[in-house]
Design a protein around this ligand. Structure first.
Ligand SMILES: [Cu+2]
Length: 133
């Protein structure tokens, strides 16, 4: 989670992992959260698997603060930073080989900048790690 001359963003912003993997988010600079797109979080659209657990780190203001989440359900997980989602600070994690689920639908309900920043599922499956801007 970074703020620099390129703006505020997740790097990587696309990631392919196996089920059961724990991902650690690190606040490198700026003030950021990692927050799943889920109605429990700011009433945002559901964009993680229906039977998966949502997460919300809260906003970190200090460098090197970290948050961990374990992904146990196969599928597509879209997440955002609460202060910067409108500016396109979003990311996508693909777990296993997703067939369907809310995250595989087009992100019609997201802010325009967020829609543009989300890497495609195909790109994530091909590259496994997608760098931020
Ligand atoms: Cu942010």
């Amino acid at each position: 989670m970074i703020t620099d001359n390129n703006g505020s963003y997740f790097d990587p912003n696309g990631l392919l992992i196996e089920s059961g993997t724990t991902v650690r988010f690190v606040n490198s600079s700026g003030s950021h959260s990692t927050t799943a797109y889920h109605p429990d979080n700011d009433d945002t659209p559901l964009r993680i698997p229906e039977d998966a657990t949502a997460w919300d780190s809260g906003v970190y203001t200090n460098a090197e603060e970290t948050f961990e989440h374990t992904f146990d359900v196969e599928g597509v997980y879209d997440y955002y930073c609460t202060p910067h989602a409108m500016l396109g600070m979003v990311g996508r994690i693909v777990v296993g080989t997703p067939q369907d689920g809310p995250g595989t639908e087009p992100p019609a309900d997201l802010p325009p900048a967020a829609k543009e920043s989300l890497p495609s599922i195909d790109t994530i499956l091909e590259k496994e790690v997608v760098k931020g801007p």
